[in-house]
Structure formats: structure tokens, C-alpha cells
Design a binder for this molecule. Structure first.
Ligand code: SF4
Length: 327
């Protein structure tokens, strides 16, 4: 690991200044991903600004929203009663993430910024457009079982690793930030970026912009929601495919729905096409199957990951049958 300077921030403005005035600086909270990346040499910084002392750990609800501080720990948010009752998809996604030890350390804000598990990205002996722009993408013709089939480009096909992010896009969360240019509210669907021709850019944050919290609107669909994660082993494993669904039924008719997917896309992937198939229709097996087909429309399989296209449709079918009580 290369030498770096350590600084501790006393308030958000302090944190923003300490990172904003140094191009190689970054924030650290739980450090569960950042320190591994730095040890591996996949990411380097000359200043680390510790934000753990900031008062950003509250979880509260009222006036139609749940608010979660960016420094709340994954374990605390996942187990919080209001999250379990009003946003079960978020609680389930958090408790299916990583391991108990990691969930006790990792912050909510940091979870959204975790980087891909693509092996080429984390191996500094390999080319990788995300780590070294213009160096190439060996995953496209190489080992790509864990990679994405949606949102891909000729420059990168890495899957986004966060379970939490998939659940948040299914409940219309908003990311709250504080940065050199003031405060921002960023709708979750606009937060992460598909790789395009700049895979090194993964979100819309500007340098020195700090995530301070999340705002989740309380809705009937969010209260009836579910997360299903399919993975190679039962714990401490990333999703092969995952589904987050939020469903508001009036009788048998779908009044409102959100569908999001993980493991299959380069960013947390909401499928408005699949939602459109369901909205206003009676929820039955034929409609669910049609939504599944819409969800994977345009998918680009590679040598080792084509199975995900079928698997994610089966996962969606299971979740909607369970949530909707469809036999
Ligand atoms: Fe790098 Fe993306 Fe290619 Fe992986 S898929 S090697 S992260 S460019």
C-alpha cells in the first residue's frame, strides 16, 4: 500500500473541504471495501478523510418518509423496526449482504460506492478500462460468469455488486449529499452510471461531494416488497442474480409496482418496461412471464453468463408469485 495522509473531519463542511481541496483525497467510513482496494493497489489515494465522527447515524421516520443517515451501519438499518415493516425489501437486501462482521462495520453511504468484484479490476496485473482507462477489457472474451448482460458497453461489462442499491431503486429512494457546490437531492435512479465509454466513472458525485443520507418515501408498494438473492453459497457472497420487487395490488390488479435487478447489470437496474407490462393488469402467471421477458429484452450474453437471462426471469416469477399470492 502506498503512503497516505490521514485526517479526521469534525463536521460535514470540514469533510467536504478536506477532500475537495486535494484531487487524490477520498472519504473513509467503514473502510470495508476501500482498504482492500488500496491494499491491492486497485485504488490509490494520498489523503484519507475519516468521517466516522460526523453525526450521520440517525434512522427516523415521519411526514411520509424514512430518513437514514449515511453513517448508519448496514446491520443497524437492516434490523431497524421501521425498515423491516415499511421497507422489507431494504431490510432483506441488507441482511443478505456480506457477513455479520462486515455489516457491523460498513456504512450505508459506503455501500452505495462499493466497487465491482470483477477479478480483472482487482488484479493490478490485468488490463482493465475501469482501473486504467483505455487499457482494454479482458472480461469480454475472458472469464465473465459473474458479469453483466444489461447496461454493458464495449468498454466494460462489470456487474454492480450492491444488494442495497438494488432495493433502494425499487422504493424510489433519494440520495442526499453535501458538496463543494452545496446540497443536492439525487433520485436513486440517476445516481449510478452505466459504463458507456467512461467505465471509470460510476456515479454522478463530484469530487468532494459527501453522501449524508437517504430519504425513502413511505408507499403501499414499498410496504409490500421483497428481495430475492441467488448466489453460489449461502453467506458472504455476491448475487449471481437478484430481484427487488415492490407491489401495490388492488384486488388482483396491479395498481403500482417497482422491479429492480442485481447481478445482471452494470448498475442497479430498474426495469420500467417490465413494470409497464404489469401495471393495470391482473397479476397471473401469464402476465408475470411477460414481465420477465420484458425485463431481459436487449440483454447481451457472453460465453459464461447467458444462464443469467433465464435465471433472473425465474427469480422474478418466484418473487411476484409469492408477493402477489399467485398460485
Ligand atoms: Fe475492467 Fe469492466 Fe472489463 Fe472488468 S468488465 S475488466 S471492470 S473494464
Amino acid at each position: 500500500m502506498k503512503n497516505f495522509e490521514y485526517a479526521r473531519a469534525n463536521n460535514p463542511a470540514d469533510a467536504v473541504r478536506l477532500v475537495g481541496d486535494r484531487p487524490g483525497a477520498t472519504f473513509i467510513a467503514g473502510g470495508t471495501d476501500l482498504l482492500n482496494l488500496m491494499k491491492d493497489g486497485a485504488q490509490t489515494h494520498d489523503r484519507i478523510v475519516d468521517v466516522n465522527g460526523l453525526a450521520l447515524t440517525d434512522i427516523s421516520h415521519g411526514n411520509g418518509f424514512l430518513r437514514v443517515g449515511a453513517l448508519a451501519r448496514m446491520a443497524d438499518v437492516g434490523a431497524h423496526r421501521a425498515v423491516r415493516e415499511k421497507f422489507p425489501v431494504v431490510s432483506q437486501a441488507l441482511l443478505a449482504s456480506a457477513s455479520p462482521q462486515v455489516r457491523n462495520m460498513a456504512s450505508i453511504g459506503g455501500n452505495l460506492l462499493q466497487r465491482t468484484r470483477c477479478g480483472y479490476f482487482r488484479d493490478t496485473g490485468s488490463a482493465c478500462n475501469k482501473r486504467i482507462p483505455g487499457s482494454g477489457c479482458p472480461a469480454i472474451d475472458g472469464e465473465n460468469r459473474g458479469h453483466a448482460v444489461l447496461g454493458v458497453s464495449d468498454h466494460c461489462i462489470a456487474a454492480h455488486p450492491s444488494d442495497l442499491a438494488v432495493s433502494l431503486i425499487a422504493v424510489d429512494a433519494v440520495v442526499l449529499t453535501n458538496g463543494p457546490h452545496g446540497e443536492r437531492r439525487i433520485p436513486f435512479g440517476d445516481f449510478h452510471l452505466a459504463p458507456g465509454d467512461t467505465p471509470e466513472r460510476e456515479n454522478v458525485l463530484t469530487h468532494g461531494e459527501l453522501i449524508v443520507g437517504l430519504e425513502l418515501p413511505l408507499t403501499p408498494a414499498a410496504a409490500k416488497s421483497q428481495y430475492l438473492k441467488l448466489r453460489d453459497r449461502a453467506t458472504f457472497e455476491f448475487a449471481v442474480v437478484s430481484v427487488a420487487a415492490a407491489l401495490d395490488l388492488r384486488g388482483r390488479t396491479v395498481n403500482d409496482v417497482r422491479l429492480a435487478f442485481g447481478g445482471i447489470a452494470t448498475k442497479p437496474w430498474r426495469s420500467t418496461d417490465a413494470e409497464a407490462v404489469l401495471r393495470g393488469r391482473a397479476l397471473d402467471t401469464a402476465t408475470i412471464d411477460a414481465a420477465g421477458r420484458a425485463a431481459v429484452h436487449g440483454a447481451i450474453p457472453r460465453a459464461h453468463n447467458a444462464f443469467k437471462i433465464d435465471l433472473v426471469q425465474r427469480a422474478l416469477s418466484r418473487v411476484l408469485h409469492e408477493l402477489g399470492g399467485v398460485r
